[in-house]
Design a binder for this molecule. Structure first.
Ligand SMILES: [Zn+2]
Length: 300
């Protein structure tokens, strides 16, 4: 199970609406190293600070509208912890050639410089966990992992060694490890909800609500539970939607999206601290003649 810190908890600003036009289908994960820091244990507060620094660096150095990587991986006191940067469903991730190819990969940036340092077991465990979880949750179409350098031919800034000479050669073994873990996800629980329309709110029709109850066993981390939400649009035309969670259960962040007919997509749902949680997922859409089902996949 991956330990995921939602973007807002890391102190990053809300993502700009200007890159909501996604989603693009994701085919795999692209691995980066930060080229600063180390694989050694750090505190969660220091990790959050580093991610905020990255955010400011990307805006200042590259004129980006947001942080570029989708997730940052840290060794937080002996455990792999992920901080959400750019959401996985957004339209760009990897640095080199992102406009042409990078957006097809979910970018994972690892704390440390792996040209000069070696990844330890915590970091390696985190990378294979992440790949397995993305695949199990339907965020990527298969167990594929690239390194940033694989896209050097697309870069207009010259070649990079990223994710580092001591990490890049381990990618095939990390993919193999993720495959072994994926087989262990057999106990996932799939809950299918047939959503019924509730009274209209403003210009939007409301379907809901799927009640979700989770229990978080490890209060040490602020996000110890993650499940995945898929929405199926059974109408013949594209469907603009918004997805919310009640405050007891954060739906990651409010999602605005357009779903082509029949397409299922993954969304994160977070519970925010240790303990018992209950809450509802609410779907709002702009069409009345919708048949919608929602599938929650609990990876536990
Ligand atoms: Zn990189």
């Amino acid at each position: 199970m991956i330990q995921l810190i939602p973007r807002e908890e890391a102190g990053l600003p809300r993502h700009p609406d200007s890159y909501y036009p996604g989603p693009f289908p994701k085919v795999g994960v692209c691995l980066h190293n930060m080229a600063v820091g180390s694989p050694d244990p750090t505190t969660l507060e220091r990790a959050k600070m580093r991610t905020r620094t990255n955010y400011k660096y990307h805006l200042a150095k590259w004129g980006s509208i947001d942080i570029m990587e989708a997730y940052d991986l840290y060794n937080v006191e002996g455990f792999p912890v992920f901080i959400e940067g750019r959401p996985a469903w957004s339209n760009c991730d990897a640095f080199s050639g992102m406009a042409q190819l990078g957006y097809r990969y979910i970018g994972l940036e690892v704390h440390g410089n792996y040209d000069t340092q070696y990844p330890n077991d915590v970091i390696l465990e985190g990378i294979s966990d992440f790949l397995a979880a993305c695949c199990a949750g339907g965020k990527i179409s298969g167990l594929e992992m690239k390194g940033h350098r694989d896209f050097n031919s697309l870069s207009s800034y010259g070649p990079t060694s990223c994710p580092g000479n001591n990490l890049y050669p381990l990618i095939p073994e990390l993919v193999a490890e993720a495959r072994r873990k994926l087989e262990g996800y057999g106990e996932e629980e799939e809950m299918i909800y047939n959503l019924e329309r509730l009274p209209k709110q403003g210009s939007l029709f409301v379907w809901g609500a799927a009640d979700v109850f989770t229990r978080i066993d490890n209060p040490r981390h602020s996000a110890d539970y993650l499940c995945w939400l898929n929405v199926k649009n059974e109408s013949p035309s594209p469907l603009p939607i918004e997805i919310f969670g009640t405050p007891e259960l954060a739906a990651g962040h409010p999602h605005k999206d357009t779903i082509p007919p029949w397409e299922k997509r993954g969304y994160d749902i977070y519970a925010l601290a240790g303990g018992h949680y209950g809450g509802s997922i609410i779907l709002k859409a702009s069409q009345e003649s919708l048949l919608a089902t929602m599938t929650l996949l609990r990876l536990k």
